[in-house]
Design a protein around this ligand. Structure first.
Ligand SMILES: CC(=O)[C@@H](O)[C@H](O)COP(=O)(O)O
Ligand SMILES: NCC(=O)COP(=O)(O)O
Length: 250
């Protein structure tokens, strides 16, 4: 459909830093990956500064703010330390994500409904500083309504449950998760929220999500960095871009 707004691709470069950190040196450089991603058609770069600094470092965020020509989507937990860092850099977007020290990856969405007051106060200065605040949540009406009430401009729907079900061949569950994501995209957009989605997306899972007309941005990282081993980073991203554009064109 020609009149649909463009679906943006945010490339998450966290796991370039994971490989770098495995040897403790400076190679491979996430900033170099970010510049290649820009060249390959990324509309933004996403980086998650975890509290335990297991991948992206403070210096990476500083470097990204200096070298990027596209917007930075800075993912972080709702802690005082991270708030200070975000207020110092004032990235284009701040995405608030849940974090558990012992998890292998971001397991679920933020419990906005349970911590509404605290989060409302937490995001207010970030918005005043000029960052667009996005909340990473599960596709549930209560979380979407709460994100809207606290003043978030954007929600990012966690696509992990859909991707996991798909990867493990649990097709009925994948369909159920996909339907939730579709219905909740429509619901969130009806409240005036901008809808993003991401986590665990691959070439095999991206098409139906990219076809949801309300979704404006996908953030994709781990799979692309893995695929770059086989294809190279630029072609790996270009192929994702092509699949997204094809899905959008119907
Ligand atoms: C919030 C999110 O989905 C991404 O930041 C993703 O989690 C990459 O980081 P991890 O693999 O460390 O979870
Ligand atoms: N917010 C999701 C993200 O940035 C990328 O997640 P993944 O593709 O690395 O799982």
């Amino acid at each position: 459909m020609a009149d649909q707004p463009k679906l943006r691709l945010g490339v998450n470069i966290d796991h370039v830093a994971t490989v770098r950190n495995a040897r403790g040196g400076a190679y491979p450089d996430p900033l170099r990956a970010a510049k290649i991603a820009e060249k390959a058609g990324a509309d933004g770069i996403t980086a998650h500064l975890r509290e335990d600094r297991r991948h992206i470092s403070d210096a990476d965020i500083e470097g990204l703010m200096e070298v990027l020509s596209v917007p930075l989507n800075f993912e972080m937990a709702a802690t005082d330390e991270m708030q200070k860092i975000a207020l110092r850099h004032k990235p284009h977007a701040v995405c608030i994500v849940p974090e558990k020290r012992e998890e292998r990856t971001t397991e679920g969405g933020l419990e906005v409904a349970r911590e509404e007051n605290k989060l409302a106060h937490f995001i207010a200065p970030l918005r005043e500083a000029g960052s667009r605040v996005s909340i990473f949540i599960a596709a549930e009406p209560a979380q979407i309504e709460a994100a809207n009430r606290i003043g978030a401009e954007v929600i990012e729907l966690h696509t992990g449950a859909y991707c996991d079900a798909f990867a493990e061949g649990r097709w009925d569950e994948a369909d159920v998760e996909l339907k939730k994501l579709r219905d909740m995209s429509t619901f969130a957009a009806s409240l005036g929220l901008e809808v993003h989605a991401g986590h665990g997306l691959t070439y095999d899972t991206v098409t139906p999500i990219a076809a949801f007309p309300e979704v404006r941005e996908l953030n994709i990282g781990h799979f692309l960095i893995g695929e770059a081993i086989f294809l190279g980073l630029e072609p790996a991203i270009a192929e994702m871009r092509r699949l997204m554009d094809d899905a959008r064109d119907g």
